[in-house]
Ligand binder design. Sequence first.
Ligand SMILES: CCCCCCCCCC(=O)SCCNC(=O)CCNC(=O)[C@H](O)C(C)(C)COP(=O)(O)OP(=O)(O)OC[C@H]1O[C@@H](n2cnc3c(N)ncnc32)[C@H](O)[C@@H]1OP(=O)(O)O
Length: 219
Amino acid sequence: MKGAPTDQKWHVPATEDSPHEGGFRAEIDVTVERGGPRYGELIEQVRTFMDKVRYANPTPELVDEIISDLQEFNAKLDTVLVDEWTSPSGTRIDLPARGNITLPPYEVVDGGEHGVTATVEFRPFHLGGNGVAHGGHVATAFDDLGGMAAALNVHGICRTAYLTVNYRSLTPLSTPLMLRTWVERRDDRKLFVKGTLHDGERLCADLDALFIALRRGQA
Ligand SMILES: CCCCCCCCCC(=O)SCCNC(=O)CCNC(=O)[C@H](O)C(C)(C)COP(=O)(O)OP(=O)(O)OC[C@H]1O[C@@H](n2cnc3c(N)ncnc32)[C@H](O)[C@@H]1OP(=O)(O)O
């Protein structure tokens, strides 16, 4: 199977012990402690691993060896799986991209009702082709940081209704870039969000998106 996980252990249902119940959690239970002081190093090693996999041409013997090692790692992690609300990945606000391994690592420089400014660095594994970033990864960065601008504006969770990215010039890998997002206009639950991605003075891409503030308990 390609494209979606079949292992339902990734969707552990909330229990009475989970920090919140209901639909989308109204408050993300952020943390700087879960996973311990070296959790960021773990995430960084995983990203580095993906960089290496993207560019390596391993022998079949090395592939066998690495599969075996990964099976051991996965078996270890199987013993500590929790629901999404209590996983450090995505809630460790002290780490780049909240420790979320699926996001391009960014660091928020400034954030509030007025918008978000972040540095973002696309990794070697974010390769699209010919040495530059894949457009989907650029859109992912805009989605998360556009959603953050919307959330900070309304003090609540928002979901993306549409997201248009204009790719104005090539986006380099392994280069600190500046990403900005802000709510240009609010109409009740509708947040019209704009954004830009710059490499120095050069505009790489810009964003035009609509986020909808969720009602209480809405999924
Ligand atoms: C601090 C942590 C920060 C973390 C940030 C993470 C950000 C990540 C954000 C995401 O990636 S969310 C995942 C991707 N998005 C989705 O899966 C959303 C799927 N769609 C839905 O769930 C619903 O369609 C949605 C919540 C977006 C809207 O449904 P609702 O029932 O809440 O609202 P409704 O359909 O009544 O629409 C509300 C208004 O928005 C308008 N609208 C909705 N979708 C639209 C659309 N696509 N284009 C234009 N207008 C749209 C709609 O016409 C209406 O306008 P009016 O109030 O003027 O009548």
